[in-house]
Write a protein that binds this ligand. Structure first.
Ligand code: GDP
Ligand code: MG
Length: 739
């Protein structure tokens, strides 16, 4: 079977095209650098009878790579010799995208250009003279819209034909005043029998590092051809752009081009407001708060608080009373959906229990089913609605292009402390799940930058951590009289702040280095696509239910078993005799003093401390297991359990804080191990545990013993000041050494 590779600039729509061609559901994000690994799929030919393997590559701006994922793209095209390269171009950014095209054309491989985003062109009233562009480039050009699924089968039919004839690489540089030089260099490579001589010769002239190490002999010879003082890489970049602007841009015409300009300025206008120096962050915080309100609020639009009288809907219904509104106000979509599941699963659970009792099942068996199915599986599924609602909003924010602006805003802050804001994109991806976020750090330039970003990603509240927040929302309201919206929101903000502060601290101390500047590219705004949104959500649901059917079921069985069995394998019924003497109770009680400094150890939570300790440990498997453990132990009545444990607000807040900030889950440990440089995983684990422990203590004493701020604040500020001066001194010394 033939192999067609998709290559192009970041955010040009390669993955969208890949999904359209193969029916896959790979992650599409409206910011550059989402795809970091190559991905393969089979083209599902419609009527054209074409069969081909499609490979989606990470986005690249040029074939002189800087980051690991850019190397993947270059190596694939050069070494694995696909039968054809489909160069995906964002047609609304023709000139910039063609820069890569001029390099792809230098390789001995058939190329076809897919001018993507044709739907946007049409809307802007711009047309591109495809025939003329084909003549200029010397390869076929097809207009497509990956998003709207237009022109795709046509593209593949043409691609199939083009791939049948070999193509020899040629360069626009051969048409400039440096033609002679290029010719000489190509001769050298041809003599050495290297494939794609034109490409390699030009890269050699550009003094490309990969090229020089791969062919040291030829490097020397070509260096001999190159006249003294000629910086060919700068020259070639300049000439490529000149060629494009004088030969290709003319094919772009727009009757309504004027209006298109106006439209562009609308996007610019939005950006002007959203990214105002002082307002960007407050706007982000307000948008986040609104999103949280829509997810967690039980008094939407504050109608209840403003005194509008409500009587709960479905009054008297045992399962669905207050589904849409209660006397407190209108429920948010997140709360409604959760209520729907609670009502349904409650009804199902009761039915199951009645059935078991009627069938004369033993009481331990009924207890087991209750624990595993109702307190375990049903409860954990119950967190899904709010996770989904929040996730939908985040997807909309991301797909519209807004999240890229948020990264841009934070980039400016990061730059002040000498960091590059590129790291912010994987961190913001961490709002969904830390695993792809950690993989995305491959787009960063250096190991140190990757290390500190991977560590900070753990502080971002991912979907699974939402399960914990969703579970404790009731406790916060019932036990401590706090507002669930504001508290959940505060955990998000704290996570963000801690992530930023920890990155700064690392950058000043253990991970010092000069970071190359990063130019944040802002993708165009567009309306979020319903289909893409549904794909995102369906993926999330699938992933979550998979976790429920594996990790959650197994942990529920494990927890139930070892909270009902003694060391001598005797069965006890905790409802009669309590948990004392069971295996997990004893083990957890034994370690619970460790948690005392954070306010939820043996001193504060007494006989219940073991449950908090146990869930903090089991939570390392997956964060959903934290609330699951508590639900199973408390028999599904978390509020009563927390009240009986005697834990304080500070202790409970610290418990949540510790669990949100500590080692995220097994999957993230595995990913971190794969992505981190050798030998740094243990330090990273230590960092996660240490940071969350200190943060837990700080949270507890700040809330319950506020006076301690008089000590802790100066210490924290002192640490940052010391780190700042340490970094400054070291940098000065290094610079003095250099000079
Ligand atoms: P990649 O980085 O090249 O893989 O680009 P993606 O496939 O992730 O797409 C980047 C953004 O462009 C996403 O927000 C897509 O929804 C959007 N996009 C992709 N193709 C089209 C298209 O044909 N038309 C429009 N309007 N948007 C598109
Ligand atoms: Mg992609």
């Amino acid at each position: 079977m033939k192999t067609f590779a998709l290559a192009g600039n970041p955010n040009s729509g390669k993955t969208t095209l890949f999904n359209a061609l193969t029916g896959a559901t790979a992650y599409v994000g409206n910011w550059p650098g989402v795809t970091v690994e190559k991905r393969e799929g089979k083209y599902k030919g419609k009527k054209n009878g074409v069969e081909a393997k499609i490979v989606d590559l990470p986005g690249i701006y040029s074939l002189s790579p800087y980051t690991p994922e850019e190397v993947i793209s270059r190596n694939f095209i050069l070494d694995e010799k696909p039968d054809l390269v489909i160069d995906v171009i964002d047609a609304t950014n023709l000139e910039r995208n063609l820069y890569l095209t001029t390099q792809l054309l230098e390789i001995d491989v058939p190329v076809i250009v897919a001018l993507n985003m044709n739907d946007v062109l049409e809307k802007q009233g711009i047309s591109i003279d495809v025939k003329e562009l084909e003549k200029t480039l010397g390869v076929p050009v097809v207009l497509v819209s990956a998003l709207k699924n237009e022109g795709i089968d046509e593209l593949l039919s043409k691609a199939d034909k083009v791939s049948n004839t070999a193509r020899e690489g040629s360069s626009v540089l051969e048409k400039t005043e440096h033609a002679e030089l290029v010719k000489k260099a190509v001769e050298v490579m041809k003599e050495a029998g290297i494939a794609s001589p034109t490409f390699h010769a030009i890269k050699m002239l550009e003094k490309d590092e990969i090229e020089e190490t791969n062919h040291p002999e030829e490097a020397k010879r070509i260096a001999g051809v190159l006249p003294e003082g000629v910086e060919f890489d700068a020259i070639s970049a300049d000439e490529r752009y000149q060629y494009i602007s004088s030969n290709c841009s003319i094919h772009r015409k727009g009757e309504k081009a004027e209006r298109a300009k106006e439209k562009l300025t609308l996007s610019d206008k939005i950006d002007k407001v959203l990214t105002i120096r002082w307002a960007g962050i407050p706007i982000f915080l307000v948008i986040l708060l609104i999103v949280f309100g829509l997810t967690f609020s039980e008094d939407l639009f504050f109608l209840g608080r403003m005194g509008v009288p409500f009587t709960p809907c479905f009054e008297g219904n045992p399962y669905f009373e207050g589904l849409f509104w209660t006397d407190a106000g209108i429920n948010s979509p997140g709360v409604m959906l959760m209520g729907l599941w609670e009502g349904f699963s409650g009804w199902l659970g009761d039915l199951m229990n009645q059935g078991l009792e009627a069938a004369g099942a033993a009481s331990w068996a009924i207890g087991f089913i209750d624990s595993v199915i109702i307190d375990g599986v049903f409860a954990v599924i119950g967190f899904l609605p709010q996770i989904l609602v929040l996730y939908i909003f985040f997807s909309i924010l991301e797909d519209s292009g807004y999240m890229a602006r948020v990264a841009f805003i934070f980039d400016r802050i990061f730059r002040k402390v000498g960091l590059s804001g590129r790291a912010f994109i994987p961190m913001l991806m961490g709002y969904g799940c830390g695993v792809p976020a950690m993989i995305n750090t491959r787009t960063l330039n250096t190991d140190k930058e990757r290390v500190q970003t991977i560590r900070a990603i753990a502080f971002f509240p991912c979907g699974a951590k939402m399960a914990l927040l969703s579970a404790i929302a009731g406790v916060l309201a019932e036990n401590f009289g706090l507002n669930a919206v504001l508290i959940s929101y505060s955990f998000y903000i704290v996570g963000l702040v801690i992530a930023i502060l920890s990155v700064i601290l690392m950058h000043w101390t253990t991970q010092r280095e000069k970071v190359p500047p990063f130019i944040m590219e802002l993708p165009a705004y567009h309306l979020p696509q319903f289909r893409a949104l549904m794909i995102h959500i369906w993926d999330k649901v699938k992933h979550y239910l998979k976790k429920v059917s594996t990790i959650v079921v197994i942990s529920a069985i494990f927890i139930w078993a070892f909270t009902h069995l003694t060391w001598g394998w005797a069965y006890v019924d905790p409802e009669e005799t309590g948990y004392a003497g069971t295996v997990l109770h004893d083990l957890s009680s034994w370690i619970s003093p460790l948690f005392t400094p954070m306010g939820f150890g043996n001193v504060q939570a007494g006989a219940s401390a073991w449950a908090y300790s146990l869930s903090s440990i089991t939570g390392i498997v997956a964060k959903e297991v934290v609330p699951e453990t508590l639900e199973v132990i408390s028999g599904g009545n978390l509020e009563a359990f927390v009240a009986a444990s005697g834990i304080t607000v500070g202790g409970f807040y610290a418990f949540v804080m510790f669990n949100l900030m500590t080692i995220p889950c097994f999957a993230s440990i595995g990913t971190a191990k794969a992505e981190l440089p050798k030998g740094t995983l243990k330090w990273t684990l230590l960092f996660w545990v240490g940071a969350s422990y200190l943060l837990g203590i700080f949270t507890y004493i700040t809330i319950d013993f506020t006076w301690t701020l008089a000590i802790t604040l100066p210490v924290i500020i002192g640490v940052f000041v010391l780190a700042y001066f340490y970094n400054k001194k070291k940098t000065e010394k290094e610079e003095a050494l250099k000079a």
